[in-house]
Write a protein that binds this ligand. Structure first.
Ligand SMILES: Cc1cc2nc3c(=O)[nH]c(=O)nc-3n(C[C@H](O)[C@H](O)[C@H](O)COP(=O)(O)OP(=O)(O)OC[C@H]3O[C@@H](n4cnc5c(N)ncnc54)[C@H](O)[C@@H]3O)c2cc1C
Length: 377
């Protein structure tokens, strides 16, 4: 049986970054994924993902986010690809909404620059937006957009360049501990052994890690792309990403991007599912929320729907990630529960997981993400 220092199972955003960081440090790495590269069944597909620093979910993420910005820039240098553009994030909603308060609080705690904009200032600067009375905006200069498919590709290609063996389309693997206490993973046709392992299973973790009783759930999200006859109203020159705290729900999206149109989605709803049960077609009813949002708040996004996609979140009850050690294996780390906001952190999560299995602990402040907060070991 072939043996490795580290086996990474699941090569989405998190696993590809983990494989890269382990291989870059000289570990002998095997990466396995059930599905083909660029598959659309999990959480990491699609051309774009948002990145932002004034982290409204909790200021505790800010140092991790800052490390991620640096690692994305390093990845750009190592891959020779342009992966990150930072034309700013615009947050809008009622002044007292937790999202706006969260942005302001993260900015204050970490001395990050933000611009507070009155409703009129938002309307003048972002002419495609409609804001009700009593709303305001916050603009964060460092908010940006990641070319997510290219990011994944850069991590996998550079992992290979550093000697990692990555195998896609191997089907859902299973694993156990052998008599020597080593990690053994089985595919349909092979078995591999390693001293340590990283499990980055996305929404598949809900089933595959069920023995750990983690409070995680898959959630089905609909993404809608709109055309516009007036792209200048939603220009990349003005912003990279937008976040809306409306009374109807929390929405997010990107400016008009040639070939992509305007990508908009609702963040705070979606049917509970697993990758096995998720419905993959998109009906008019699935799109209704986003279409109503666009009509009301972005009325120039009226050139018709160009495409709709389904993606899966892996939710935790507090919307924070879970990064921990597997309680039943010597040296196995896992990361899951990214709750729809993990992509931007992929390189730092890769570094954290590499630290955990190669060094025994991580230098990064991730204690707040341990499963123990749910009473799990
Ligand atoms: C529509 C959408 C929009 C989002 N927008 C943003 C955003 O703007 N900014 C942001 O920061 N985050 C965003 N996120 C969240 C972010 O994309 C996810 O947190 C991230 O992609 C999760 O990556 P992952 O590697 O954990 O999961 P996945 O990408 O799902 O990867 C898991 C992989 O594991 C493989 N696998 C599972 N089980 C097995 C097994 N037993 N054996 C072998 N392989 C297995 C699967 O095939 C899969 O490839 C968004 C998510 C979605 C769905």
């Amino acid at each position: 049986m072939k043996t490795y220092d580290v086996i990474v199972i699941g090569l989405g955003a998190m696993g590809s970054a983990a494989a890269y960081h382990c291989a870059k440090r000289g570990a002998n790495v095997l990466g396995l994924d059930a599905n083909a590269p660029n598959h659309t069944l999990g959480s990491s597909h699609g051309a774009t993902r948002a990145i932002r620093e004034t982290y409204f979910e909790s200021p505790e993420y800010v140092p991790l986010c800052q490390r991620s910005y640096n690692l994305w820039r390093e990845l750009e240098q190592d891959s020779g690809k342009s992966l990150l553009a930072t034309n700013g994030a615009i947050y809008v909603g009622p002044k007292e909404h937790p999202m706006l308060k969260g942005v302001a609080s993260a900015a204050e705690q970490h001395s990050l620059p933000i611009e507070r904009l009155s409703r009129d200032e938002v309307k003048t600067r972002f002419t495609g937006f409609v804001l009700p009375d009593g709303w305001e905006g916050i603009f964060e200069q460092r908010g940006g957009v990641l070319q997510s498919e290219m990011c994944l590709h850069a991590h996998t290609e550079l992992a290979r360049k550093h000697g990692a063996e990555l195998k896609f389309g191997v089907g859902e693997t299973t694993w156990h501990k052998n008599k020597a206490g080593h990690f053994v993973v089985k595919t349909e046709n092979d078995e591999f052994e390693s001293a340590s392992a990283i499990l980055t299973l996305g929404p598949w973790a809900c089933n595959a890690l069920r023995d750990l009783n983690l409070p995680i759930n898959g959630r089905r999200i609909t993404i809608v792309h709109f055309d516009t006859a007036e792209p200048a109203r939603y220009s990349q020159a003005d912003f990279s990403v937008q976040f809306w705290a409306t009374p109807e729900g929390v929405y997010g999206g990107f400016p008009h991007i040639e070939g992509e149109g305007l990508k908009i989605m609702r963040h705070d709803t979606g049917d509970v599912c697993t990758p096995q049960t998720a419905r993959r077609d998109v009906t008019e009813a699935d799109r209704a929320d986003v279409v109503d949002f666009a009509k009301k708040y972005m009325p120039y996004a009226n050139g018709g729907i160009t495409k709709s996609l389904v993606g899966l979140y892996t939710m935790t009850p507090d919307n924070h990630f879970i990064i921990d050690r597997h309680p039943e294996f010597e040296n196995v780390a896992y990361a899951t529960g990214f709750s729809g906001h993990g992509f931007k952190f992929a390189p730092v999560i890769g570094e954290v997981l590499a630290d955990m299995v190669l060094d025994g602990s991580t230098r990064h402040p991730t204690n707040f993400l341990k499963a123990a907060r749910f009473g799990k070991s």
